[in-house]
Design a protein around this ligand. Structure first.
Ligand SMILES: [Zn+2]
Length: 153
């Protein structure tokens, strides 16, 4: 994966780049993620906080509770077109950038799936993928390790 990665919202009002190595990429099948994307799941690219730079525009934020009710999440979105750019959960060292906003999505290969207990029943998982019924309880370590082996080996 070559840096920087560039991306933006659907209308072009927001452009960004990722300047630090993403930590992992996974699909989130939670009902929350289905709702935020108006789709079956979201693709979450965890990026160090200081690795996301806005080149044009800046997102608006609204505060919400994450599913377990233990933390506040800022949903960062374009105020013109509504595209979700990222989620910023209080206390996390990384941001969850919505990978579908990247310009080049062709080589994005998620290494795992979380919240599969809420997944649409037609979703088929790759046999090599890491699968979690809910959020991983290891601080996403296995997902980060698998990603590093896939992308940076
Ligand atoms: Zn926009």
């Amino acid at each position: 994966m070559r840096l920087p990665l560039r991306g933006g919202c659907q209308c072009g009002a927001i452009r960004f780049e990722i300047t630090k190595r993403p930590l992992t990429l996974f699909c989130n099948h939670s009902v929350d993620s289905q709702q935020e994307t108006s789709s079956a799941f979201s693709m979450s690219l965890l990026v160090p906080r200081d690795g996301l730079k806005y080149l044009k525009g800046a997102p608006k934020a609204f505060e919400t509770q994450i599913a377990n009710g233990k933390a506040t999440k800022s949903a960062l979105f374009c105020e013109k077109c509504g595209t979700r750019i990222a989620n910023d959960t209080a206390g996390n060292p990384s941001l969850s950038v919505k990978a579908s906003c990247l310009d080049d999505r062709a080589k994005l290969k998620p290494v795992g799936h979380i919240w599969v207990k809420e997944a649409q029943d037609w979703v088929v998982f790759h046999e090599d993928a890491l699968i979690y019924e809910e959020a991983p309880d290891d601080g996403y370590f296995a997902l980060m390790e698998r990603w590093a082996a896939q992308e940076y080996a």
